[in-house]
Design a binder for this molecule. Sequence first.
Ligand code: SF4
Ligand code: SF4
Length: 201
Amino acid sequence: MLAYALLGIEIPSGQRSYSVGLAIFNVATLAKVAALLPANQGLIERIVTITGDNIALPGNYLVPIGTPLKFLLDPVGFQGEEANLILGGPMMGMAVRSLDVPTTKATGTVLILDERATKRDDILPCIKCSRCLQACPINLNPSELGLLAAHRQYDVMEEKYQLKDCFECGCCSYVCPSNIPLVQYFRIAKALNRERHLQNG
Ligand code: SF4
Ligand code: SF4
């Protein structure tokens, strides 16, 4: 998306940015490389944004990597339930089920949602409304991918419907009126395909 927005370059399906001569880094990575490399040091801490509901002191905190969430959340006045914690942003984040989960170098945000936001309505059948197709920024067919996932046709998803191109933005799940957890299906499908490829050598 960045390559296209900034340079008008579309990375072909199944390829990486370097195949079109681009290397894409986020600002935090570049800043850390500039600071740590000359000093011959590794990454031991990072800025983590703690935000959301039921929290007295939201903000950006410098956190040692490996810190369990409970040590992060007690000092900022977290009062909620573990079930309402998301590691990452509202669209791409992953739910966590324990305050013993440690932060990693990839932990940029800890998001706390109240119970209304995390309550999940029943999953209903796909009504072919096409909202997910309109929402997908890279023109995949999340509706068809979701149906294939429900039938565990993970190989077809990859071979015919460009599953590997999905970058798990969560837009399709967000707009789905049937509450189908599409992006979660796609994550599982990708993980199982990776395992299958490893087993097949
Ligand atoms: S999660 Fe994947 S399929 Fe869904 S909108 Fe984002 S890129 Fe498209
Ligand atoms: S948004 Fe949901 S209900 Fe609509 S076509 Fe996509 S999967 Fe089906």
